[in-house]
Write a protein that binds this ligand. Structure first.
Ligand code: GDP
Length: 295
């Protein structure tokens, strides 16, 4: 994950080492290279610019701590800033005081939303919760079947109405069934489109107004870089999402989406998915990802 960005940072750190003190002039080159490395990793331009400015402010004039060389000090500053840009701390999934907690999953078609509904179900089940899936994607031909198969694979109740194209009807009947089963989490798998359009947003707004979700998670494909960031920005403006799920981090992704989404959309990444298997999911911890990037 993010190998080339990690390698670039290692090269930059090597160049900084061997210098007596961090000063404006001796870190100038390093800062320029950090900026280029971020842009090459497809980080949003403004985010990269702020990142470098913050490192410069912190690094210049900082006293060299005894026993810690300038390179180590620089690495620490970069690490801290990476953690910050990734969102600071882990933000856990909401849990309603009055179960079931309603989680609405949204996103463009192919982002990994339906797969993530089962991954989240499994994740919650391991934590002792009783999840319940509702297949409310009435447009993608295989989505309803897929949610039922995923339900069978995971042993999690999965509800849909095959013959209905009325999303609200499916969600309402599903909610009733979930309550009958004493589910503690209800997960709506909503429809995606290839592109954001008004009809998609209106349908999502209707679900939001009718079922007051405790979480609206946007599932985005991490491989799509700045497109994912733009999708997050738009969905947040239209729906006021509560968090982002970044998928396909097992692929050859450069890291731009992960490093830009929080700052551009204002919403935290809550989960990451890094494989097609249903256990390939984890809660997002900015510090862990920063350490992985820096090696
Ligand atoms: P949806 O249209 O958003 O519901 O997308 P799907 O859940 O059907 O996923 C689309 C494709 O992406 C499927 O082939 C999934 O197996 C695959 N996929 C989902 N998440 C991941 C992931 O984290 N890594 C990889 N490699 N593939 C994934």
């Amino acid at each position: 994950m993010f190998n080339s960005l990690g390698d670039r940072f290692q090269d930059i750190f090597k160049k900084v080492s061997g210098q007596g003190r961090l000063t404006e002039s001796n870190i100038k080159d390093a800062l320029r290279e950090v900026r280029l490395a971020l842009l090459e990793a497809d980080v949003n331009y403004g985010v990269a610019k702020n990142f470098v400015a913050k490192i410069r402010d912190k690094a210049v004039g900082e006293e060299v701590i005894k026993g810690v060389n300038p390179a180590q000090q620089f690495v620490k500053i970069v690490n801290d800033e990476l953690v910050e840009v990734l969102g600071g701390t882990n933000v856990t999934i909401a849990k309603s005081a009055k179960p079931p907690t309603v989680v609405m999953l949204t996103g463009l078609q192919g982002a990994g939303k339906t797969t993530f509904s089962a991954k989240l179900g499994k994740y919650l089940k391991k934590k002792g919760e009783k999840p319940f899936l509702i297949g409310a994607d009435v447009y993608r031909p295989a989505a309803k079947k897929q949610i039922k198969v995923l339900g069978e694979q995971t042993g999690i109740s999965a509800f849909t109405i095959d013959e209905s194209t009325n999303v609200l009807e499916i969600c309402k009947a599903g909610m009733e069934k979930a309550k009958e089963e004493n589910a503690t989490y209800v997960i709506f798998d909503t429809a995606g489109r290839l592109h954001i359009d008004e009809q998609l947003m209106n349908e999502l707004k209707e679900i939001k107004e009718n079922f007051h979700p405790d979480e609206i998670l946007l599932v985005v494909d991490g491989m799509t870089g700045q497109d994912a960031v733009n999708v997050a920005k738009t969905f947040n403006e239209d729906l006021d999402i509560s968090g982002v799920v970044l998928t396909k981090l097992d692929g050859d992704t450069r890291g731009g989406a992960a490093l830009s989404i929080k700052e551009v959309s204002g919403k935290p990444i809550k989960f990451i998915s890094d494989g097609e298997k249903l256990d390939d999911v984890s809660a997002f911890h900015p510090d862990r990802l920063a350490s992985r990037i820096l090696g």
